[in-house]
Design a protein around this ligand. Structure first.
Ligand SMILES: Nc1ncnc2c1ncn2[C@@H]1O[C@H](COP(=O)(O)OP(=O)(O)OP(=O)(O)O)[C@@H](O)[C@H]1O
Ligand SMILES: [Mg+2]
Length: 584
């Protein structure tokens, strides 16, 4: 179909609004255009998080010389012709809006050639105005370069994050589309360095392997509507087994007819399928592809085209949920038995670790200096409530455990309900502090170093917290593009959790800045580490373990709050109990 301007009655029915919010939106639109053009090979080059330059080159159908200008007009598209088409959209683009919106806020150069033309065309625009047109020799396909994004919209530029963060958003979008279109070869470079490349084999698992590494990708469970269960809603993809989870919903991705969408209801449907299988506030890794009749889904809902409305939403959610649940029930191995190491266990540092720790310490600030700055400040706010316990704990007698979450203890002045996880976090935090002060290494070497693939956001966090992560005991070495070699972990984590998972989780927490009390980076890292090292809610503790935990909590300097500032306990005084029972 040639490009033409949509008649006003069609144009007016298209969800209007801001199309280009940030560099990643530009990449998304250009990538969608390349996919719609049937490209097999799509190269994306980005400089300075896309603010300096974004170039998307494809080997798709190209644009005939006579239509090149038109492509930049508003509501000009080759993908729709009448109002009816809006009800069954089969292409990623349909508004004829993207190129016009991008050109309006940047300098654009397009060079394109359709397969049946001898010569290509190059068109340059500035702030939406055409400034030059000339013929070029080039292979069939299209290449669009977007420079100095938002150069004429300073207000928008001001709201952007650092180039690395913007590059992280771009990487995310690129990996989404690589998952949705495994048969296309899609590559991304940032400042000339290769960041991502999908192999274009047509196999989604090959793409997941590039994104998550062999271990995670290998653990994922396939989901697939089979031929025996014919359904108007076809579901396929991969989901993580219950033991594999993340602190972030970012790894739950959904595609509807090849379009990446954000959909809370779909995410909810999947989480329900995992019901009771995941720890609280943890999310699975899922890639769910949904295919259904285009007439059954409205994509003309939001200007960024990332939201959809299903005509029979319930049916879609049920189909997704059924497949996910089936995969989990049939294929997931039994949950591993959790081992709670004795509370008193302390790994004894080998000479090698001590030497390494000393080397690390001499490289950065000394551990003692760190530790002293980290001693919990006296003004650490205690939670305001009638049940606030005294800042020093009396000797407590453990009575029992409730809901595998709280320890009940009795003191001379009443009853204490102790959150086992928060309490252990506090204990570990002060243990790390005192070890650092005493010069005991915080780090424990791994028997075998592990390769840890990291995306740009994770690299950003590692860079930002480099010194603090080392200090807390993580030893990381750059290992080629997009990976680190993990040689050692904080000793409080040793033996408690897969070291790589622990590192990922710490990075996630740091990225989300979850530690309001940690005004300093080192405190944030330590709190995140202690959270990983602490016993979880849901673990049954023996009487001895509870007693040991309470003893150690009594010995801390701020027993009433965890390092994240949440209360570790609730105190019910003898008088309060008497009042409740109308005894006084
Ligand atoms: N990489 C490309 N290869 C071939 N044709 C392209 C390419 N990019 C854009 N076009 C042509 O230019 C037209 C306008 O592109 P634009 O992205 O502005 O609108 P759209 O894709 O039709 O709709 P939307 O605004 O929803 O993306 C397209 O309809 C298509 O015909
Ligand atoms: Mg488009």
């Amino acid at each position: 179909m040639p490009i033409r301007i949509l008649p006003p009655e069609v144009a007016s029915r298209i969800a209007a609004g801001e199309v280009v919010e940030r560099p990643a939106s530009v990449v998304k639109e250009l990538l969608e255009n390349a996919i719609d053009a049937g490209a097999r090979d799509i190269q994306i080059e980005v400089e300075e998080g896309g603010l300096r330059l974004i170039r998307v080159s494809d080997d798709g159908c190209g644009i005939p010389a006579g239509e090149v200008e038109l492509a930049f007009a508003r509501h000009a598209t080759s993908k729709l012709s009448d109002v009816e088409d809006l009800n069954r959209i089969v292409t990623l683009g349909f508004r004829g809006e993207a190129l016009a919106s991008i050109a309006a806020v940047s300098r654009v150069e397009m060079s394109t050639r359709s397969a049946d033309e001898e010569v290509g065309t190059q068109l340059s625009l500035e702030a939406g105005e055409i400034v030059r047109r000339r013929p070029v020799g080039r292979p069939p396909g299209t290449s669009i370069t977007v420079e100095n994004l938002f150069f004429n919209v300073p207000a928008r530029r001001k709201f952007l994050r650092s180039p690395l963060t913007e590059a992280g958003h771009i990487q995310e979008i690129v990996t989404y589309y690589a998952m949705a279109y495994p048969a296309r070869r899609i590559s991304l470079t940032h400042n000339g360095r290769p960041i991502f490349r999908s192999p274009g084999t047509g196999n989604l698992l090959d793409v997941l392997l590039e994104i998550h590494g062999p271990e995670t990708a290998g653990a994922l469970l396939p989901i697939q509507t089979t031929a025996e269960e014919p359904s108007p809603v076809m579901v396929s993809g991969y989901v993580s087994p219950p033991a594999l989870h993340r602190a972030d919903r970012r790894y739950m991705v959904f595609f509807v007819n090849g379009r990446w969408v954000r959909d809370k209801a779909l995410a909810y449907a999947v989480l329900q399928a995992y019901h009771t299988l995941l720890p609280a506030n943890r999310f699975p890794i899922t890639v769910v592809q949904i295919h259904l009749d285009p007439a059954e889904v409205d994509v003309n809902v939001h200007p960024t085209k990332t939201e959809v409305r299903f005509r029979a939403a319930g049916e879609v959610f049920r189909a997704v949920q059924r497949q996910v649940r089936a995969a989990l029930v049939q294929q997931a191995p039994a949950a591993p038995q959790f081992h709670v190491p004795g509370w008193g266990e302390r790994p004894s540092p080998s000479a090698e670790i001590v030497a390494r720790q000393q080397m690390l310490m001499s490289a950065g600030r000394s551990a003692v200096e760190h530790a002293l700055r980290l001693i919990p400040p006296a003004e650490e706010p205690a939670p305001e409530s009638a049940g606030t316990p005294p800042s020093r704990l009396p000797i407590l007698r453990v009575v029992g455990q409730v809901r595998q979450m709280y320890i009940i203890a009795e003191g001379p002045d009443g009853l204490y309900l102790i959150d086992q996880h928060a309490a252990h976090e506090r204990v570990l935090y002060e243990q790390m502090l005192s070890q650092a002060t005493a010069g005991v290494p915080l780090s424990q070497a791994l028997l075998e170093p592990q390769v840890v693939p990291v995306d740009l956001r994770q690299q950003d966090v590692i860079r930002t917290y480099d010194e603090e992560l080392r200090w807390a005991g993580f030893e990381l070495e750059p290992f080629g593009e997009g990976a680190f070699l993990l040689r050692a972990v904080p000793a409080v984590l040793a033996g408690r959790q897969d070291p790589r998972t622990a590192l990922y989780e710490v990075l996630e927490e740091l990225e989300r800045g979850e530690t309001p009390l940690a005004r300093r980076k080192d405190a944030a890292v330590m709190a995140a580490v202690c959270k990983r090292g602490a016993v979880k809610a849901g673990q049954t503790l023996s009487h001895e373990e509870m007693t040991e935990l309470v003893r150690r909590l009594e010995a801390t300097s701020s027993p009433q709050t965890c390092p994240h500032g949440r209360p570790t306990m609730i105190h019910l005084s003898a008088e309060a109990l008497a009042r409740q029972f109308l005894r006084s």
